[in-house]
Design a protein around this ligand. Structure first.
Ligand SMILES: Nc1ncnc2c1ncn2[C@@H]1O[C@H](COP(=O)(O)OP(=O)(O)OP(=O)(O)O)[C@@H](O)[C@H]1O
Ligand SMILES: [Mg+2]
Length: 251
């Protein structure tokens, strides 16, 4: 890497560190604020406006369910709130921090540290073990390997998966895969958990155990959680339920 590139990266990193410190200090109300979000997908002649001028406010420590029909834009919204995708217009503020004012490198670092994301269908890496999957955010953040391993082991223990740590995703049940996805989302100690249909593919008994785990971890780790779900039982244990339909959020 060239010296100028290194200087640029280190400048970006220190900006991201200041950003997350800034965020960590802001333990105020309306911790997560999305304003005027608009997202349109265009491919060829097709143009899909998923939502326009959508706003959302969440207090620190809230556990929120987002429900709505298939195609309503729940995943799109969660990806934008988690900084995985940029809106066409609008802002997302976490604490005092406006995340889309960050450049790509800063945003990736900020996201990695502050936001745990559980993807719809989990997206575990099939060639890696549960432990390696859980370690991945720390390795991407260039944490020391030994420290990343012991942190991931401890998080796997907290989701009840110690005995399966060396199994690959293909050797795990759906419920166990959901636990690995949760461990990976929590490993960097985020303050926000965004979960996209965390129990979408599970039977009701297995779902119940993951719901209880989500609730317990939300409380113990003082998270702010937004959970997209079709599951009424999961929605019922959240503090608030938001309905996304026809490009609008209803309470
Ligand atoms: N990359 C993309 N390119 C074009 N259109 C997209 C893209 N991603 C999503 N869409 C469209 O945006 C709309 C919202 O999709 P999204 O995946 O956010 O819905 P969802 O509410 O999560 O649905 P589900 O409950 O089925 O997961 C859909 O009409 C979808 O076809
Ligand atoms: Mg979805």
């Amino acid at each position: 890497m060239s010296e100028s590139k290194r200087t640029e990266n280190s400048k970006a990193n220190s900006q991201a560190e200041r950003a997350s410190l800034h965020c960590a200090r802001a333990g105020d109300e309306r911790f997560l604020r999305a304003e005027g979000l608009t997202k349109t997908y265009e491919s060829g002649r097709n143009r899909v406006t998923v939502f326009e001028e959508l706003s959302l406010r969440v207090d620190e420590g809230e556990m929120i369910a987002i429900v709505g029909p298939s195609g309503a834009g729940k995943s799109t919204l969660l990806h934008i709130l988690g900084g995985l995708d940029r809106p066409d217009r609008g802002s997302v503020k976490l604490g005092e921090f406006d995340i889309f004012k960050l450049g790509d490198v800063d945003l990736a670092r900020f996201r990695n540290k502050e936001i745990g994301f559980i993807f719809q269908f989990h997206h575990l890496l099939p060639e890696f073990t549960a432990l390696e999957n859980a370690m991945m955010p720390l390795l991407i953040n260039r944490s020391q390997k030994g420290a990343a391993k012991s942190r991931a082991e401890s998080v796997l223990e907290s989701v009840g998966l110690t005995s399966r740590a060396l199994h690959r995703p293909g050797e795990l049940s759906g419920g166990e895969q959901a636990r690995v996805a949760l461990a990976r989302a929590l490993v960097a100690g985020p303050r926000v958990l965004l979960a996209d249909e965390p129990t979408g593919d599970l039977d009701s008994k297995t779902s119940e155990s993951i719901h209880s785990l989500l609730k317990e971890i939300h409380r113990l780790q003082k998270l702010t959680s937004l959970i997209v779900t079709h599951n009424e039982r999961l929605a019922s244990i959240c503090d608030r339920v938001l309905h996304l339909e026809d490009g609008r959020l209803y309470t």
